[in-house]
Design a protein around this ligand. Structure first.
Ligand code: CAA
Length: 312
């Protein structure tokens, strides 16, 4: 990959009307989004109600920037400029009012998003675009909370954000063409590829990905084959970078279950019914990487992929 030149990035940015971005939520997706926005020259405010979560996010961003420096993907200068471009806040009142774009990446819970978007609509400048990184909640429903539905849009980044090229850009029922075009421009300045989709359950990415993951879990549930075998078939047979069970652990089994429920409720079609094994695993707290065990067991510092004792 070419070494990125800060000068070139700033030239790109000067053409844009978006300069200040607030990212809400400093978890896996939020810190990745803040990382790329800052790397490509935006002034980023990373907001979270928890100061320890913000501190952890800055540590993660620093570690991921170090990895990029080691791979010669960026220079030390870009790394330090990126970190300088990020400021952290525990109150969105202190950063969102001066932003041109807010990207919400808080928990996948409509009640939480409802509170955030109501507050954002009240405190943000009239020109400010309100985007959500939601993986499955309706953009139309989020937009309806605000008085600026034309300026509410989905910007669905993929994990790990610094690596994955796609941004699924979701147009709610009332999202304007102008808003969509501006988000396309911003996405391109982040060196991502935006793809426009309409607001229906699961959008495109998860409408296709989650049934595949669910089917892999059913294949295990019905003892057709084992964890490692199912993943190997999909990795070697279809050239997927991770098998579907490992990917489910990586995304979070609770997130997979929540998205399948959105598809099931939204379409009323039994083909989206979550596998009972997935439901049991989530109920028992086996959530994948984040809880230390799902289909595989994850030990700090170990890169070896060990199948969970439950499936041996
Ligand atoms: N930050 C920066 N760089 C990172 C990184 C991070 N967090 N994680 C990995 N990388 C870089 C590595 O430095 C490496 O760079 P080079 O190619 O320059 O060497 C590259 O990514 C590959 O990483 P690794 O060599 O460590 O490991 P890998 O080859 O096993 O790849 C992976 C890891 C990129 C995660 C790969 O396994 C993969 O693509 N997996 C599938 C990911 C996927 O499907 N994501 C979408 C999930 S769905 C979603 O996010 C949305 C939803 O709504 C559920």
């Amino acid at each position: 990959m070419d070494i990125l030149k800060i000068d070139n990035l700033q030239t790109n940015l000067s053409k844009m009307s978006v300069k200040k971005i607030t990212v809400i939520g400093s978890g896996t997706m939020g810190n990745g989004i803040a990382h790329v926005c800052a790397q490509f020259g935006y002034e980023v405010s990373l907001a979270d109600i928890s100061q320890p979560a913000l501190d952890k996010a800055i540590q993660t961003i620093t570690k991921n920037l170090d990895r990029q420096v080691q791979k010669n993907a960026i220079t030390e200068e870009v790394k330090s400029q990126t970190l300088q471009n990020i400021k952290t806040f525990t109150d969105i009142n202190d950063c969102a009012p001066s932003s041109d774009l807010v990207i919400e990446a808080a928990s996948e819970d409509f009640n939480i998003k409802q509170k955030i978007f109501k507050q954002l609509d009240e405190i943000c400048a009239p020109h400010c675009i309100l985007a959500s990184n939601t993986s499955s909640i309706s953009i139309t429903k989020i937009a309806a909370i605000t008085k600026r539905a034309d300026k509410v849009i989905g910007m669905h980044f993929m994990n790990p954000v610094p690596v994955m090229k796609l941004i699924e850009v979701i147009r709610g029922y009332a999202t304007s063409r102008e808003t969509t075009d501006l988000i396309f421009e911003v996405s391109k300045t982040l060196q991502k590829i935006p793809v426009e989709v309409n607001d229906y359950p699961g959008f495109v990415a998860n409408r296709i990905l989650m049934p595949m993951i669910n089917e892999a879990i059913y294949t295990l549930f019905e003892s057709v084959s084992g964890v490692r075998e199912i993943d190997t078939v999909m990795k070697l047979g279809m050239a997927h970078p991770m098998g579907p069970l490992q990917l489910a652990d990586f995304i979070g089994l609770d997130v997979c279950l929540a998205i399948l429920k959105v598809l099931h409720d939204g379409f009323g079609n039994p083909k989206y019914a979550p596998c009972p094994l997935l439901v049991n695993m989530v109920t028992a707290g086996y959530l994948g990487v984040k809880s230390g065990e799902g289909f595989y067991r994850y030990e700090a510092g170990s890169k070896e992929l060990v199948v969970s004792g439950m499936f041996k």
